[in-house]
Design a protein around this ligand. Structure first.
Ligand SMILES: [Zn+2]
Length: 155
């Protein structure tokens, strides 16, 4: 990040905090050249969290991929484009709130399901059946209990 005072591109991060909207982070930085401090605000997708896939290949967290999965699950279901957008934002914000650099694809799937459950029951079941790997019966029961959790969202 270029220093606003001396223009050197050499600084260290002193502190990172999520902003109140959850969609950006505020970082206090210290320039290693002039030693002055400055603050930057970065959109969460610029920070570059990586997803570890099942085959251990890592790829950048992709908001559009999450959205595509949810849109597929919501095919011909009531949730509007706006509802889906806000669910995607919530999912991305939660991932960035819980994980620093890396997250497994399984953890991403669990967060997606948590947000999908109150959105639309059919979409949730579709998503779960495609993305969740049921290693054993306990996992399956866990998912079912997630689905049956009372919704805090109106009808
Ligand atoms: Zn400087």
């Amino acid at each position: 990040m270029r220093c606003p005072f001396c223009q050197h591109d050499n600084d260290r991060v002193l502190d990172t905090r999520a902003s109140e909207d959850g969609f950006s982070v505020r970082r206090r930085r210290c320039c290693n050249n002039c030693r002055r401090r400055f603050t930057t605000y970065e959109r969460v997708e610029e920070i570059g969290i990586r997803v570890i896939k099942k085959d251990l290949v890592r790829e950048p967290l992709n908001r559009e991929k999450i959205r595509a999965g949810i849109e597929t699950a919501c095919w011909k279901r009531p949730p509007s484009r706006e509802r889906i957008d806000s669910v995607v934002e919530g999912i991305v914000a939660e991932i960035h709130g819980q994980f620093e650099d890396e997250v497994t694809s399984k953890q991403v799937g669990e967060i997606v399901m948590k947000h999908l459950a109150p959105l639309d029951e059919v979409a949730f079941v579709r998503f779960a059946s495609v993305y969740h790997e049921f290693d054993n019966l306990n996992d399956f029961v866990k998912v079912l209990s997630l689905r049956q959790r009372p919704s805090d969202v109106g009808p």
